[in-house]
Design a protein around this ligand. Structure first.
Ligand code: BEZ
Ligand code: MG
Length: 583
């Protein structure tokens, strides 16, 4: 080690900031709600799982139930002016952090009382520890008691039997439990949403802060606003949130939804430039096949929004949609309809990008192939042309290539506690796939962001930050993987799936740090006792996991030590022998 070139001494101020920063990050990982095991059909959730969920439900104001967030009630009771969650952390100082820990510990205390003595005990605990009036806290705990009771029952098996007999099944809304506890009890027939009510007023209001944060983050990192962004919109997510993703797209464009005489949201109006206070951002929207099928009027709304903005007589440095459309018409000699195409999906009747399958099956040579596949699958335009003719899945590869060539940032809204970006392969197939497509067409890798609208104060993170957080909170977290391993064969498959999905973020976006692969290898493969467990429970997945690590190295995503590689090769050899029945 050479100490002569050590970093210049940190000033104590900067050092304190760094320590605070690390502290915040640790809190963020610790407080992240993770599933600790798979849902078992027909089985109600256990007491410990219920408490974590109830705590999260109580962390939000719930206007529909006329209750306020417990954190706000406790902070007020203690006379703490502005209780800031980690999400608002840019301005946190040591006192804020201490306040927050104090508030959290009082809430934990109240939950202990709630578990042991019910609603009245919880009310008493908050009154004693934080002077919260019973009038304010009772409705919260009554709500939680009701939800808790519904979590204890489970009639999924019964409902399935009724369905198989062709009998009636009660309907219920489809959503995330934290977003909307009215989804309980489970085992009902999920009904979707009225697309003419999307985005809802609440979704539109919530989306403003997210869009602002997204733009502020890009501006802080690049010194100006992004001129064009690519957004991924999914159907189920927009059902759950009543159109939060849709509303974010509208905010970026600088328009608001307008209801017609029959109270159907069928059009938009421009938000005045003075009110918006920033340029209108060009937005390329890739919608899933499910979104296209479920939200036909919303597809029209989005297309209409782009056309309206493109036609506003505004200075082009304040309206990037108009700037791009005019330049494209001029330079490419294309017509206005082609230049205004921004809503893309699969060909009618088709779904998905297939990028996930290509990654899982290791069927590509150059990474750009993944982006090309994305465009091949998703280059079908939807909307309505200037003459009012419906455009329903017309192949528009050139229009999509052009639109993507201007993109500077890509983004997807995440709105659920249950599924994160390494839990399923769909996030990397969509957000990763489009980012890879942009990289080639724009000659530059876009900035990639995700929101976390599941916390009370929505937060924007870079893809790299999100991969790190998910890895620490799930894949490498003993609480998570031990929960999975309780499910035996399937649990090992889940762990392997997470490693594969993480690898998907290397393949599509080069967003995975070396330490992640190193720690995955250390935790699941190079630890003899753990490897023994995995190979006994599910040697197939164990083999795939080791194979994926070697592939990460082979494709240049992970610069592994030769010694580690030798060990991995030896282990995969022995797993293959085991699978072939060689002793
Ligand atoms: C959707 O809801 O649109 C969706 C669901 C799963 C994968 C991809 C998209
Ligand atoms: Mg790397």
């Amino acid at each position: 080690m050479n100490h002569n070139n050590a970093e210049p001494q940190l000033t104590s101020n900067r050092r304190d900031r760094r320590v605070l920063n690390i502290h915040e990050q640790l809190l963020e990982i610790e407080q992240r709600l993770i599933p600790t095991g798979l849902h078992v059909f027909g089985r109600p959730s256990r007491a410990g799982e219920r408490t974590d969920m109830l705590k999260m439900i109580a962390a939000f104001d719930r206007p529909e139930a006329d209750t306020r967030a417990l954190s706000a009630l406790v902070a007020e009771g203690l006379g703490i002016p502005a209780y800031k969650k980690p999400a608002a952390s840019s301005s946190l100082n040591e006192t804020d952090l201490r306040d927050r820990e104090h508030v959290d510990s009082i809430i934990s205390e109240a939950f202990k009382a709630f578990e042991l003595g019910g609603v009245e005990a919880a009310i008493k605990s908050l009154a004693q520890n934080a002077s919260v009036s019973a009038e304010e806290s009772r409705p919260v705990f009554l709500l939680l008691e009701n939800i808790s009771r519904q979590l204890e029952i489970n009639s999924e098996t019964e409902a399935l039997m009724r369905a198989l007999r062709g009998e009636y099944i009660q309907p219920g809304p489809g959503a995330d439990i934290i977003q909307n506890p009215a989804i309980l009890p489970t085992g009902r027939n999920t009904h979707a949403i009225n697309p003419y009510a999307v985005p809802s007023a609440i979704a539109f209001a919530r989306a403003e802060a997210v869009a602002d944060q997204l733009l502020a983050r890009y501006k802080a990192e690049h010194g100006r606003y992004p001129r064009s962004m690519a957004l991924v919109l999914w159907g189920l997510d927009n059902i759950k949130t009543q159109g939060e993703g849709v509303a974010q797209a509208l905010w970026l464009l600088g328009v608001r939804p307008v209801a017609d005489a029959r109270n159907r949201t069928t059009t938009v109006e421009a938000i005045q430039r003075e009110e918006l206070g920033r340029p209108r951002i060009d937005v390329v929207m890739t919608i899933s096949g499910i979104f296209r099928d479920l939200f036909s009027p919303t597809v029209q709304l989005l297309d209409r929004a782009v056309r309206l903005v493109a036609n506003l007589e505004e200075p082009v440095d304040q309206n990037y949609v108009r700037a791009h459309v005019l330049a494209q018409i001029e330079n490419e000699k294309c017509d206005a309809d082609e230049a205004m195409t921004r809503v893309f999906s699969n060909a009618p009747g088709n779904y998905g990008t297939n990028v996930n399958f290509m990654v899982m099956d290791s069927q590509w040579d150059r990474d750009e192939t993944l982006g090309d596949l994305f465009v091949t699958r998703k280059c079908f335009a939807y909307g309505r042309d200037s003459k009012g003719q419906a455009i329903e899945g017309i192949e528009a590869r050139v229009a999509m290539d052009r639109a993507l060539s201007r993109v500077e940032a890509t983004y997807q809204n995440i709105d659920t506690f249950e599924i994160g970006i390494t839990d399923v392969d769909h996030y990397f197939e969509y957000l990763g796939g489009i980012s890879k497509a942009v990289e080639k067409r724009a000659n530059s890798r876009p900035a990639i962001y995700l929101s976390d609208t599941l916390s009370p104060e929505a937060k924007i993170r870079s893809l790299e930050e999100t991969v790190r957080l998910e890895t620490r909170a799930k894949t490498l977290n003993p609480k998570w993987y031990e929960g999975m391993l309780k499910h035996g064969f399937r649990g090992v498959a889940e762990i392997e799936g997470h490693v594969c999905n993480t690898f998907g973020w290397s393949a599509t976006a080069d967003a995975v740090d070396d330490w992640i692969y190193i720690e995955v290898a250390n935790t699941f493969v190079l630890d003899e006792a753990m490897l023994e467990r995995l190979r006994n429970l599910n040697p197939h997945s164990a083999r795939s996991l080791v194979g994926r690590l070697l592939e990460a190295n082979g494709r240049g995503y992970w610069d592994a030590e030769p010694e580690v590689l030798n060990q991995l090769r030896e282990i995969i050899g022995s797993l293959e022998d085991q699978l072939e029945g060689v002793a």
